[in-house]
Structures are given as C-alpha cells and as structure tokens.
Design a protein around this ligand. Structure first.
Ligand code: 5FX
Length: 532
C-alpha cells in the first residue's frame, strides 16, 4: 500500500562539528532541515571544532555525552519549529567515520528502559565506559598499527582483507589502544559502537548493528566475506567479537523506533530505524553517485570517493563496502587538512572574508605562475606529512607568497593532491567524467572553478551543501522497500539531479598536467625528507 503523501523520512548526520537533520517527503521534496553546532550551542563541553586535541597533539577525542545532548537539543528545536514527528515513516543517519563509543556493562538495559520524561543525556550519563570517544582526527595509534600489520603479514595483507592498510584513525587500532592503556574501561565495556551505530542505538533503544560500509573503516572486517576477520580481531583485543555484534547490510531495517521517541515526541510506533552508516557512504547516497563519477567532499576533512565494482585494495586509500548496493564497493581517499586549513588561510590572507578569498582566486591565473604549495597544518593522512611547503616555479623552496598567491597555492595544492591520489587508485578522467562536489566549500563557485580546471572536467553540485544527511533520508526511504528488490537508484530516481556548476577553462589541461607532474615530484621529495 502506498504511503500517504504527508509521510516523511528523516536523515541525521552526526558529523565532527555539528549534528544535522533533513526531512524529505515521499516525493523526495525537502521539507525541514535543522542543526546543532557543538562548540557554540553546547559550550559546556568546551570543544573546538567539535573535538578535544590532547596535549600530545596526536590523540583527538569528543565527549560522547555531547553527541547525546545534541540529539536532545535537535529534537527540541524541531518540535519548536512545529515539525510533525507523527508523519515519520522511517529514519536513518550517518556519523563521522572511525570514531568509537564504549557502552558500559548494563547500558543495554538502560537503553531499553528510557523514561520519556527525561532527556537522553540525563538517562545515559553513566552508561559509557569511556567518556571521551576517539575520533577520526586521532593519530595516536602508530604502535597498534605496526602490531596489526606485523600480526597479519604486512600492510598489503591487512589491505587485502580489510580494504585498507592499518590506519591510526581506524577503530580497531583505537580499540587496541584502549584495551592496552585503559584495560579496566575495556573490561567494563559491554558493546563497542561506531558513531553511526551508536546514534542508531539511541533511536532503537537497543544496541544497533554496525553496517558493512562504515564497518569497512575499522581494520577489522573482511570486506569480501562481510564478517569480522578472526585474524584482525585476534591481533586487536580479547573478547572483541562479542563486544562488536555481527555487522549487517547497510540497507537493513533494524526495527521500530524506541517507545521513548513515541511518547516524548510523537513518532509513530512503527516508525522504522534503518541502519546508520558513515558520513562518506551517506554522501555517496546523497549525491547518487554513478560509476565513472568522482565525488569530492569539502568539509572538515576533504574526501574523494568513487563507485567501484572490482576492488583491488592497495596501501594507499581505502576500499569500503558500498552503502547502497551490496555487490559494489566504494574507494575513498581522506585528507585531514580540509576546511580548517582553508579557514586559516582565509583569516591570514583574506581578512576572514570568503569574498576576499574568492577575489584572490579570480585575481591570479591558472597554475599560479608556477608557484606550488602544500599545507599540512596537522599530520596529514594522505600523504603522511606535516608542515607547510611552498615552492616557486623553479622548484625552489620559498618562505613567502603574496596573499593572493597563497590563496591560490592552497586551493590548487589541495586539488592537485586529490587528482594525484585518485589517479594512483586507477581513476582516469575521460570524456563525460563528472566531478560531483559537496560539503561546505562546494557553495563557493571560485573554489569549484579551480577544482574543474585541475581535474579538467565539469563540476556538478546538488542543492544541499551537505549531502550525507540527505543521502540518509533517501536510505531511510529505500530501506523500507529494499527487501522487495527495488534498487536505491530506482527508489530515488525522482530526486533532484546534480546541476552543472562550472566547466573547465580552456587551456586548463596543459597547465595542470605540468603542475601535477611537478606536484608529484615535490611531494616525493618531502616524503623522502620526512622519513630520514
Ligand atoms: C574518512 O575516512 C574520514 O576519516 C573522514 O572523512 C571522516 O569520516 C569525517 F567525518
């Protein structure tokens, strides 16, 4: 039976700096969006950019209760805005990838008995064995990564099983560190969730399973067999399989929403909770990525991802299970120095104004007269390097650029790195290639022009600057019909199509082939020097 027109679907995104939600109707029209900014709206947690960077500069965590309280606040804001919760047929969501949450023994009972008179953060305040959850910006687990690669037979062997070599931010290595340094907390942990499955657990009123796609970012799952790898589990921590629960397909319906939400907000009793996934997989769904497209997400982290059919994991980049098609995969490359670095250069070279930043791009020409910059404010993921490197047209290291040159050097450098690593993963720009852009910076046409020129391909955007929550609203809708065999593409065929934003400037191909060649060489030199 077709759902009435006023039914709607919710998609949440628990990202690094904020919690967001969108609501879409059955016809896929967007009817509500809302958000909670962690730093400004929950100042009691004293985060900066949603996180705490520890004194060693390597460990990065977020208070798990902040995420819980953000959900309390978001739902209150929706209520005040007159949102009709009784029309929600299904909900899903995404979370920043790799972050891990440690539920204390007894937390399942607490989740099953949430009292509707109280906010979640009061009910759950004592239910976490680890209060500061490690997040994706963390790079403190080098020892655990070396150990995993040693136990499994090398970096490529780990990639062959889990889709990625051992990465410091990947949850398995974070779990190993907690087991080693905080063994009491580990023993007191009943269940380990990812940020995504933790958020789903709140709605479900029970532990929610990890989905295949986000589960691929743990260095624990066999992405081909779609189950935990016994070798990786054993190398990580004892008794881990029980603490993780079995992973499930990303389209699975987990069950009905907890009675807490029915009583407190008026959700229908049979409102379904569809498995939550990672923010990048959520974006893939929101952008309705097709084979051959390359997506560039410009957020706190910048990511590049592609839809692939025959994955060949290497020691660079990641392969994840695809969130909307269980036969397919997605390749992903993550760059840590994304929007925070763009904001820093905006502040230092453009007086804090995006308009002046844009003028800087328009006032300089393609190729920046041979100047090249690499801006790794914090330890980068791709490539593993830290520091600021500026080169003139003769490949000599220089200490200064003019403000406008600096702005262009940053943006060109960020996009050259994206093209370089996409090509290393086998991606080829062909006639017909589309670059799909999303994330905060995708609303800046001058930044997109540079992207289009560097990739020598047209850039498309979708209306919403952040596609992860939209993708999860689509996934909520698809989750209800997936078992009947309807594909994701069929379920969302009427969604707004990505719109052409900019096309490459004539002459871009020649300029950036040369810049890319130099960028590759200069990066190799930096990496060689870093290792010495
Ligand atoms: C992907 O591997 C990442 O680490 C980041 O893009 C996080 O998902 C950001 F939330």
């Amino acid at each position: 039976m077709a759902a009435p027109m006023n039914s709607c679907y919710l998609g949440f995104d628990f990202s690094t700096q904020q919690l967001k939600v969108v609501a879409i109707q059955e016809n896929l029209d967007l009817i509500h969006q809302n958000n909670v900014q962690f730093d400004s709206e929950l100042p009691e947690f004293r985060t900066q950019g949603g996180v705490h960077v520890h004194p060693d500069g390597l460990a990065v965590t977020s208070p798990v209760l902040m995420w819980v309280k953000a959900l309390d606040l978001l739902l209150e804001k929706m209520k005040v805005a007159g949102f009709d919760f009784s029309s929600v047929k299904a909900l899903s969501g995404s979370g920043q990838q790799h972050g891990s949450v440690y539920w204390r023994r007894g937390a399942r009972q607490a989740l099953r008995n949430l009292h509707p008179d109280k906010p979640l953060h009061e009910l759950l305040q004592d239910q976490f064995a680890v209060e500061s959850s490690p997040v994706w910006m963390d790079s403190s687990t080098s020892d655990q990564c070396s150990n995993l690669e040693k136990c499994v037979g090398g970096a490529q062997a780990v990639a062959d099983i889990t889709g990625s070599r051992a990465y410091e931010r990947f949850s398995g290595n974070q779990i190993a560190k907690i087991h080693q340094l905080n063994s009491d907390a580990y023993s007191d942990t009943e269940r380990i969730s990812l940020v995504s499955s933790f958020a789903a657990s709140l709605f479900l009123g029970d532990y929610a399973a990890v989905d295949y796609s986000d589960g691929s970012g743990m260095n624990l799952m066999d992405i081909f067999l779609k189950r935990w790898s016994p070798t990786c589990l054993q190398a990580t921590a004892p008794g881990l399989e029980d603490k993780l629960g079995a992973p499930v397909p990303s389209t699975a319906v987990l069950g009905d929403v907890s009675s807490y939400f029915v009583k407190r907000f008026g959700f229908p009793k049979d409102c379904k909770v569809v498995t939550f996934t990672g923010d990048n997989p959520g974006s893939l769904a929101g952008m309705r990525l097709q084979e051959g497209d390359v997506a560039v997400s410009l957020g706190t982290s910048d990511t590049v991802f592609m839809w692939i059919k025959e994955p060949k994991p290497t020691v660079e980049g990641h392969v994840f299970c695809n969130p909307v098609d269980s036969q397919a995969y997605m390749a992903l490359i993550c760059f840590k120095n994304g929007s925070l670095t763009r904001e820093r250069i905006r502040n230092s070279c453009a007086g804090g104004s995006w308009d002046v930043f844009s003028e800087g791009l328009r006032g300089t020409c393609m190729g920046n007269q041979g100047n090249i910059g690499m801006y790794f404010d914090t330890m980068e993921i791709t490539p593993p390097a830290v520091g600021i490197y500026k080169f003139n047209k003769d490949d000599q290291r220089v200490s200064d650029f003019t403000e406008q040159e600096e702005i262009r050097a940053l943006v060109e450098g960020q996009f050259l790195a994206k093209r370089l690593y996409a090509e290393k993963l086998g991606y080829k720009i062909m006639p017909g290639t589309r670059v799909l852009a999303t994330g905060g910076a995708s609303s800046n046409m001058d930044i997109l022009q540079v992207l289009s020129d560097v990739f020598n391909a047209p850039v498309y955007t979708i209306d919403l600057a952040n596609s992860a929550c939209l993708g999860c609203a689509y996934r909520a809708l698809h989750g209800l019909v997936a078992e009947g065999g309807l594909t994701f593409q069929e379920a969302v065929r009427n969604a707004p199509k990505p719109q052409l934003a900019v096309s490459p400037t004539p002459g871009a191909l020649k300029v950036y082939e040369e810049q890319l060649r130099r960028y590759r060489q200069l990066e190799e030199i930096i990496l060689r020097d870093t290792k010495q």
